[in-house]
Design a protein around this ligand. Structure first.
Ligand code: NAP
Ligand code: HSE
Length: 431
């Protein structure tokens, strides 16, 4: 009997595109038994045909003309792996309008235009799937939309950027300073030539926007996520955090509270006993809390050629199954609520504060008076032995305080003559 074939096209043949091409090849033998059909890559959109030719068995599949894919009625699935906003957005919208299913790993696009893309897919009665857009190879979008649908999720948080986790791991385990750890990440190919999106937290922010939208059934866009990167973290902060029983991780946190959604990315102290504290190197992990499931954690490779391709191909196979069962567009946009997203100033957190103060009697009392004025309660305070230019170094951990109050307290402290420098101000993860 002749094997059934579903035709697909790839847009982009970079790291992930090449991975998808390889994974589909590796699956060829079992594919029909597994999903009832073969998936054939009929066309691949690239910019440079010559450069791409070395990556494929048959270079006749390569094209630099998008219209050849859009106008080919035999192509059922478009797999967008070019990245960026344009022309990806235009191509995806056109493909959906033309009745083609789309798979994308493009978090930059989905974190801003997710609603538009999902609405277009719904209108056209096709699937738009994006498992690889968050935490690469780790399944999290489908688990949230399907396996965990019987929950009211209250928290989804985790380590969703491998580059920064690698850097922080090196700083923790080998005492490296940020710049040396970044240089090593670049040398080993973890960090991009321009690492800004990773080290400034933007990449993680996009993933948090998508995670929050899916987990809480209410749209959160990239601009609504508060973001701080890891560039100001020093080896000393990490050492002091360790002394206090904590590690420092770049965490993406989204919480569904009674008064709205909290969504932020920042370096945070997390107790060393928390499962996320032992997620090291370039690994990612997402931790969720639902009213029925309680805690669940998803761990694995958040990036890379084959791990990311694993998630993309999973989406493609899902679509093939839907096509065969005649049930496409079964799970589209799940944002049926409109919850407000809280400003960072309205959130409550614990803080780790490292500051240089004049080394004289009464300075601590002065500091704590400022704290008291703005409802900042001290949970731990340590004066370090080290003296820098006649200053004492003081480390404080606060109880939970409203961010707005804490910032005002910091402004006032900064203006005090006795406070020479506020060296670090980091949040401490607490339930
Ligand atoms: P990449 O290596 O830079 O590959 C992108 C490819 O798309 C390149 O081959 C590029 O061609 C091609 N391209 C870009 N614009 C194009 C256009 N207008 N027409 C035709 N081809 C075009 O990127 P990647 O790492 O594979 O990432 C792809 C997507 O997956 C991004 O959305 C990214 O955020 C997402 N993602 C990546 C990872 C990962 O581990 N890399 C993980 C999760 C998600 P040129 O070579 O000619 O520039
Ligand atoms: N640059 C990202 C990371 C991978 O370091 O995790 C793509 O999302």
């Amino acid at each position: 009997m002749e094997e059934k074939v579903i035709n697909a096209a790839l847009l982009g043949l970079g790291t992930v595109g090449t991975g998808v091409y390889k994974v589909l090849k590796n699956q060829e033998q079992e594919m029909t038994a597994k999903i009832g059909s073969q998936v054939k890559i009929r066309k691949i959109l690239v910019r440079n045909l010559e450069k791409a030719a070395a990556k494929v068995e048959d270079s006749s599949v390569l094209t630099n003309q998008w219209e050849e894919i859009l106008n080919d009625p035999s192509i059922d699935i478009v797999i967008e792996l070019m990245g960026g906003i344009e022309p990806a957005r235009t191509y995806i919208l056109a493909a959906l309008k033309a009745g083609k299913h789309v798979v994308s790993a493009n978090k930059d696009l989905i974190a801003v235009y997710g609603k538009e893309l999902l609405d277009e897919a719904e209108a056209a009665g096709v699937d738009f799937l994006f498992e690889a857009a968050v935490a690469g190879g780790i399944p999290i979008i489908r688990p949230l939309k399907q396996c965990l649908a019987g929950n009211h999720m209250s928290e989804v948080m985790g380590i969703v950027n491998g580059t920064t986790n690698f850097i922080l791991t090196k700083m923790t385990q080998e005492g490296m300073e940020f710049s040396d750890a970044l240089a090593l990440a670049t040398e080993l190919g973890y960090a991009e030539a321009d690492p800004t999106a990773d080290i400034e937290g933007l990449d993680a922010g996009r993933k948090v926007a998508i995670l929050a939208s899916v987990a809480f059934n209410s749209r959160v866009v990239f601009d609504e996520v508060y973001i701080e990167g890891i560039t100001k973290i020093s080896a000393k902060d990490i050492r002091y955090a360790k002394e206090m029983g904590c590690d420092i991780k770049l965490l993406g946190v989204a919480r569904c509270m009674d008064d709205g959604i909290e969504a932020y990315v920042c370096p945070m102290l997390i107790p060393s006993v928390h499962p996320l504290a032992s997620v090291n190197d370039s690994y990612n992990a997402v931790f969720v809390h639902g009213d029925a499931v309680e805690d669940a954690m998803f761990f694995g490779r958040g990036a890379g050629e084959l791990p990311t391709a694993s998630a993309v191909v999973g989406d493609v196979f899902d679509i093939v199954r839907n096509i065969q069962a005649g049930c496409c567009a079964r799970i589209g946009c799940t944002c049926y609520k409109k919850l407000p997203v809280k400003k960072m100033e309205e959130t409550y957190n614990r803080y780790f504060l490292r500051l240089q103060v004049e080394d004289r009697c009464g300075v601590l009392a002065e500091m704590t008076a400022v704290f008291a004025k703005y409802h900042v309660s001290v949970a731990q305070i340590i004066q370090k032995e080290t003296k820098v230019e006649d200053c004492a170094e003081v480390v404080v951990i606060t109880a939970k305080v409203k961010e707005g109050d804490f910032r005002t307290a910091m402004e006032e402290l900064r203006n005090r003559e006795s406070v020479r420098k506020i060296s670090s101000m980091l949040r401490v993860y607490a339930k």
